[in-house]
Design a protein around this ligand. Structure first.
Ligand code: ADP
Ligand code: MG
Length: 208
């Protein structure tokens, strides 16, 4: 039986990394195997993306969108570290960001219909079984980031964080047939974690 594919989304500082590691622990205690992964990946394209995200050189929104698409295909199909191989081996796969981030980030500055179309209609990009959106206001996110990071990426200014948060909601309105759960991430780590467990427990076992 294949594992379940769960994606975490949310603006920077919302608590994705924190909650992903807690969910992994919980699932492993239940006896499940868990495979953690993230975008951008460790592919060559992923490296170029990380460099561009740190502001080292400028890229257009459509270049970002195309590179994320290529990196996401790698993320799905790579036989060593891809999502498909892990699901087939029975691992629950948890990804830190996925195509919803492309829609929100590149959808702001590029043509959102184009970005959504090429991802949603790509035969090698799998639809998640569950997307957990950790929702936090931009001001709180910004203060969590500032307290905890040495360097700040190009998308981590309060005004931009707020625009991206709003864009995520626009994206969720546009999507159909996706299992998206929005969780209030302003609560304590333990409260958010409990909510996440509830929505993960609702997932059916008989996936295909
Ligand atoms: P993300 O991966 O979404 O950027 P992190 O998990 O790295 O977010 O969290 C950002 C910072 O906020 C971390 O230092 C983390 O310890 C802290 N943090 C995470 N969740 C909470 C929470 N519910 N309440 C307060 N601080 C939190
Ligand atoms: Mg993180």
């Amino acid at each position: 039986m294949r594992g379940r594919f769960i994606v975490f989304e949310g603006i920077d500082g919302a608590g994705k990394s924190t909650q992903i590691s807690l969910l992994k622990e919980k699932l492993e205690k239940e006896g499940r195997k868990v495979f953690l992964t993230a975008e951008p990946t460790m592919s060559v394209t992923g490296g170029i993306l990380r460099d561009a995200l740190s502001g080292n050189y400028e890229r257009s929104a459509s270049e970002f969108a195309a590179m994320f698409l290529a990196d996401r295909i790698f993320h799905n199909v790579n036989p060593k570290c891809g999502i498909n191989q892990a699901l087939e081996k029975g691992f629950d796969v948890i990804s830190d960001r996925y195509y919803y981030s492309s829609f929100a980030y590149q959808g702001m500055d590029s043509d959102i219909e184009w970005v959504m179309d090429m991802n949603l209609n790509c035969p090698d990009i799998r639809k998640p079984d569950l997307c957990i959106f950790l929702d936090l206001d931009a001001q709180s996110s910004k203060s969590r980031i500032d307290n905890n990071r040495a360097t700040v990426e190009i998308f981590e200014q309060t005004e931009i964080l707020n625009k991206i948060r709003n864009k995520f909601f626009d994206v969720f309105d546009r999507l159909e047939n996706e299992n998206i759960k929005i969780i209030d991430a302003s609560k304590s780590v333990a409260e958010v974690s409990a909510k996440i467990s509830d929505v993960v427990n609702e997932l059916k076992e008989d996936l295909n």
